[in-house]
Ligand binder design. Sequence first.
Ligand SMILES: Cc1cc2nc3c(=O)[nH]c(=O)nc-3n(C[C@H](O)[C@H](O)[C@H](O)COP(=O)(O)OP(=O)(O)OC[C@H]3O[C@@H](n4cnc5c(N)ncnc54)[C@H](O)[C@@H]3O)c2cc1C
Length: 427
Amino acid sequence: MLKNPKSVRHENHTTPAGNVAAPVRAHHVLIAGAGPVGLVSALTLATAGIAVTVFERNTTAAEDLRASTFHPPTMDLLARFGITDELLPQGLVARYTQQRDRKDGLIAEFDMALLAGETQHPFRLQCEQWKLSRLLMARLAKFPHVTLMFGADVGSVRQDADSVSVDVRIGAGSQTQTQSQTFSGDYLIGADGSWSAVRQALGIEFEGFTYPERFLVVSTAFQFADHFPKLSYVNYVSDPQEWCVLLRVPTLWRVLFPTRADETDDAVLSDASIQARLQNLLPQSEPYQTVHRTLYKVHQRVAKEFRRGRVILAGDAAHINNPLGGMGMNGGVQDAFNLCDKLVDILNNGASDTLLDRYQRQRRSVAIEYINANTARNKKNIEERDPEARRKTQDELRAIAANPVAAKDYLRKTSMIDALERAQAIT
Ligand SMILES: Cc1cc2nc3c(=O)[nH]c(=O)nc-3n(C[C@H](O)[C@H](O)[C@H](O)COP(=O)(O)OP(=O)(O)OC[C@H]3O[C@@H](n4cnc5c(N)ncnc54)[C@H](O)[C@@H]3O)c2cc1C
């Protein structure tokens, strides 16, 4: 079954945490994509002694500014490998989240300490996603049975009753000539992001829609907290004309704005337009100094199938959503744990691979009923133009925040604790 034995070594080993791991067996899982989801999958499998090869199209790991919020259940899961303890000092502990109005200021503040007893981490961690990827890669480097290949572009996929094979273009993105090589394994995880080549190779539909407007994220060292009273690290700011999200990461503030569908990319990213948006949010006599600008399309899409035979999709390859609520990366990491615990059971303990159908039932349901539904609702509320509907939503938020029982329920939803429990309940 293992057709590329050179890429894998079979031996007993100790885990990076020093625990003796299960002996490495002749099992091999292929993973397309070295984003957070592919890397968490690799670590979960490798720690259980399963050989892993990760193919990453880019020549280096992504270090751009993408997700920046870790929700409590994600930290609880990552704690299994001691990753959370390493991540915590690299981020900011956000005990409070706020719902604000651009004109009226603070509407409702939620204290995540109410989640004590529900999670080991009753707060959000504001920390850039590349820091997680960097920690995961350092861990993976210690396993002799893990191969992480950069410049390796996964193309076609074939499978039969015993194995799955992928054709990989090696040398992608570099000056050297590319060559194609075929790799085979027991299973293939498609964690290759929203444009997933694996999903496309299988012809799996990515059902849903793309919003007409794109989202702009600008980061700046400007200290918004000195100007907006009582600003927390996570602030959703509604407005009928131009809503925004103000998020703090250790060295910067990130401001997320919607753009108009009729603006060109160049116009949105021009200095004039960036300054106009920031000055409209908070007028300053000096121009704002910005560090990053990112403009991206936003979708609500879920793959019609998460599993076909020996190929399983996870993370953005399986579902994508708008970033309002910070559920994309978190949902993807939660997919990775769910899936890889099942693969360990199948490969190491002889469990039936119908467990993978359960993965699909659990994680696809959560992607549709929970992640996409909540993020779509968050967008609708933050951009609401009808004054009566805005007032109603804001009154509801105030009432929830004032009642600790209702606030705890609200926080269980927004912090994805409910989503994880919902998935577990699906048989
Ligand atoms: C520009 C941008 C900004 C974002 N901002 C936010 C945000 O503000 N808040 C938020 O919550 N979420 C945000 N997200 C979403 C969040 O980053 C994703 O949900 C998260 O990265 C999902 O992780 P993943 O591992 O599934 O996919 P990815 O992180 O996309 O990783 C997939 C990896 O697969 C690789 N790959 C692709 N095709 C192939 C192939 N054929 N062969 C081999 N490798 C391949 C890619 O190079 C990539 O490294 C943003 C995403 C983008 C793209």
